[in-house]
Design a binder for this molecule. Sequence first.
Ligand SMILES: *Cc1c(COP(=O)(O)O)cnc(C)c1O
Length: 495
Amino acid sequence: MNILYQSTRGGEKDVTASQAILKGLAQDGGLFMPTEIPKLDKTLGELAKKSYQETAYEVMKLFLTDFTEEELKQCINCAYDHKFDTEVIAPLIKADGAYYLELFHGSTIAFKDMALSILPHLMTTAAKKNHVDQEIVILTATSGDTGKAAMAGFADVPGTRIIVFYPKDGVSSIQKLQMVTQKGDNTAVVAIRGNFDDAQTGVKKIFADKEFGQELAKKGFVLSSANSINIGRLIPQIVYYVYAYGQLLKNGEISDGEKIHVTVPTGNFGNILAAYFAKQMGVPIDKLICASNDNKVLYDFFSTGTYDKKRDFLLTISPSMDILISSNLERLIYLSTDCCPQKTGELMADLAEKGAYTVSEDMRQRMADFAGGFATQQEDKDAIRRLYENTGYVMDTHTGVASAVYQKYKADSGDETKTVIASTASPYKFARSVMEAIGQGELPEDEFALIDKLSEVSGVEIPKAVEEIRCAVARHARECGIQRMKGTVGEILGL
Ligand SMILES: *Cc1c(COP(=O)(O)O)cnc(C)c1O
């Protein structure tokens, strides 16, 4: 079966998977969606026997129908290899009654590696298939993790350049170090004087700027995106939910067909949307528990039906979730309108013009699989400490939000359904907040002395990604205001 893609706002139709990946964002500002969500064509029992790479093929082949078997397998094998520090790629760890799906074993130790390890391969394959001879310029806004993971994937990939914008004061010290030390002649990193939403809105504006697009085309460049607005990010993320279910089944933790919940620490709504896709494909997932930090715009949305971004943007100890405009929610909105581009477009226009929109009762019913929750910074820290004290397992501050929200959900509902918690980053990436949470007395000022201490406390080996930046030199010092993003892109590309 051939799956085509269309914009959530109706402006583009009949786009192949490879074209959708190349474009990133649709011309009308909408996001690409498949015309239908395919069903898995293997049983859960069969899938449980498969490796991560084999599972990836079974899932992705159903969406990327214009890739040949050989092309897709080649992309998968190049992505999920020794860059990951474990053969199983995404281990499932049982701790304190929940299952932590560790998605941080890739080269930049955050879950973004799960999709960004393969996106460059999908994109270069797509470029070949579509006879693109321009240089692909990946523009990326990051709340801290996407930028590094995207650069790790695209560094020195022939025919590509990558430019990353991150909020100057909105990332952890390790995240910042990881980005400014990035190697690769085709990489550029820019700190913006603004927050993540400013960065993301700025990037979307550059995409929508037709004149600028033409100017770029004249110079032999074409823009694409590595943000989760790209369908090439979303599809690889479905894989680990299918895989996690298979692992639970294989290990005898659940019976075939038994329903599970998933809890996902959420920012741009990409990761949890992938879990929803897995459910639509036939994985027995019951509730999708959407965990927010103090920027709880999604919690409020699921509790009231009104999405309202008009509020203060708060900087928290889970910076990768400090977001007020969750781009991928547009895809759920679209599905909940029964795929109506007019209605979706109207709501998104309300968001852009009035800063808020309200969905109909009917749409809310269709989103009933989602349960919203949020955790304050104190609750986050308490959850990290409690899990550490009970089990010795150390989780990061984003996973801590999910864990806290899940515990609250369980206590309030009495619902004991087995639950997978997406564990989205290594605690090493947020070492200071994690060490403060688990209460290790006076902490060293020096970031790497702190890292060493975390290693002693957790008994977990320091990941290569952290060792690498211990002595690395900063290579990127660019900074700009939010009004200057387009100009900065022009400078970097030598327009
Ligand atoms: C990006 C990120 C999130 C949020 O994921 P979304 O797909 O944007 O909802 C959560 N935790 C970490 C560590 C991240 O890097």
